[in-house]
Design a protein around this ligand. Sequence first.
Ligand SMILES: NC(=O)c1ccc[n+]([C@@H]2O[C@H](COP(=O)([O-])OP(=O)(O)OC[C@H]3O[C@@H](n4cnc5c(N)ncnc54)[C@H](O)[C@@H]3O)[C@@H](O)[C@H]2O)c1
Ligand SMILES: O=C(O)CC[C@@H](O)C(=O)O
Length: 527
Amino acid sequence: MYKVLATDGVAPEGLAVLQNAPDVELDIRPKLSPEELLAVIPDYDALIVRSATKVTAAVLERAAKLKIIGRAGVGVDNIDVRAATARGIIVANAPGGNTIAAAEHTMGMMLALARNIPEANARLKAGVWDKKSFVGVELRHKVLGVIGIGRIGSEVAKRALAMEMEVIAYDPYIPAERVEELGVRMVSLDALLRQADFITIHTPLSKENYHLLNKEAFEKMKPGVRIINCARGGIVDEAALYAALKEGKVAGAALDVFEQEPVTDSPLFSLPNVVVTPHLGASTVEAQLGVAKVIAEEILVALRGGFVRNAVNVPFVRPEVLAEIGPFIGLAEKLGRFAAQLVSGRIGLVEVSFSGEIAQYDVSLLTTAVLKGVLSIALQEAVNFVNANEVAKKRGIRVTETRRGEEEDYVSLITVRVVAPEGERTVAGTLQRGKEPRVVAIDGYRVDTPLEGHMLFIPHMDRPRIIGRVGNLIGAQDINIAAMQVGRKVIGGPAVMLLAVDSPVPEETLTEIAKVDGIMGVKMVSL
Ligand SMILES: NC(=O)c1ccc[n+]([C@@H]2O[C@H](COP(=O)([O-])OP(=O)(O)OC[C@H]3O[C@@H](n4cnc5c(N)ncnc54)[C@H](O)[C@@H]3O)[C@@H](O)[C@H]2O)c1
Ligand SMILES: O=C(O)CC[C@@H](O)C(=O)O
């Protein structure tokens, strides 16, 4: 039974898939102090957080069973991703689930700022009908500068264009064509700072953009500029912003995020032209349900050993590439497990080669899947897409990957060679009808068997009375043989036998089979 802990007020309705899973026990504890988290974390296989819980190296050190941390949101800056990676713990987020919520909040903040809505609201509720203090500005025909035009930045740009703003953007990591399709002009950071009437930030917080909007940046801006930050605290230097507001260079600021959170006291809060919200960008019913659902599904996949698409500490695979190679992940992992069970002793080399259509893509994820399969046979420790390469390196396993376009017999073929001191095996597999993993060759002998369940691999000499003896020995244990394949290269020469059996064959029977004259060995494989 896997134990999952959800903190930080993750929407419980979004966690139904975990609540209903027979192999999961879910604890929802919305408010957990750092000390309580440290105390309970050793019990859990998975942790779900929003932004309040700090998953530090100290927490991870105690998290002996933890396999995945799910961030019900985008930013993972409250999680020590490096420490998690070092421990083979997957860190996954739910990108996209709160994009619209954050974009709409940004628009709300921009309008609130332009029309002094919070201050006027407070004044009227205090009994003062004051029209003249709150003359605002229109958004129409103003220049909006978007720093970081990813998911949220693009949605903000679309909405701003609909309000007849002119939108310019700075994002050094996005191809200009993609942004210009939206009707947005890409500019340098310098140009953006000098031209924009409103500046909105939508980047992650990184070393590179810590205090991106600092004293020098404010000096370059147009007098009367308005700043909106619904991304991350720390990107704006709050002291420099305060000074720029005080001297009137900046006409107003709307902030949803702060360098220290939670925060209830800041010099910025004393200024009438500063609008603040307590990190509410993602706080809509729809977004919270959406991110909780995505994370719950990812947690389940991870706990059951699958590939987590939104893992942030697994090498990124472009969605269009993932669409092509994704179906092969299961095949690659099964081939690794299969090959590793055909040899004895410590594997020192794993060679993976790809041929046919699959070879045109970046297949490094599939090589990792093969390795995950190989390592899962011998190791107690959890091996996953995060740590498989690292674990292999630590154990001195050399891994090679080759890609060849040409393939005569199959649309796509994956071949895995494993080398151990006591021998080596090469297995090749493909997907039948694009989805069913099958092994189609072992050491160059043709076979064709689904990669599933229990199998016996028996190299032998191609002569009479061997297959029958094997069948009798297995039948004597009341074990049903579901399928059998024999592969040979020349009549009477060495051959291989692959039997699919309905249950594992006991060790004593394997020893008996190995004694049959003409049999060169026997290996039980379970997938
Ligand atoms: N306030 C909230 O509640 C809330 C909700 C959701 C997301 N967020 C935050 O909003 C931000 C954006 O989220 P997203 O989903 O759009 O992410 P995203 O990854 O889709 O987009 C981020 C963009 O920033 C760009 N970028 C990175 N560094 C940059 C730099 N130095 N200068 C310019 N551009 C840079 C990237 O190329 C990317 O296009 C993140 O910080 C996220 O944590 C906040
Ligand atoms: O969970 C939240 O409330 C904030 C989420 C937001 O900051 C994010 O990065 O996704």
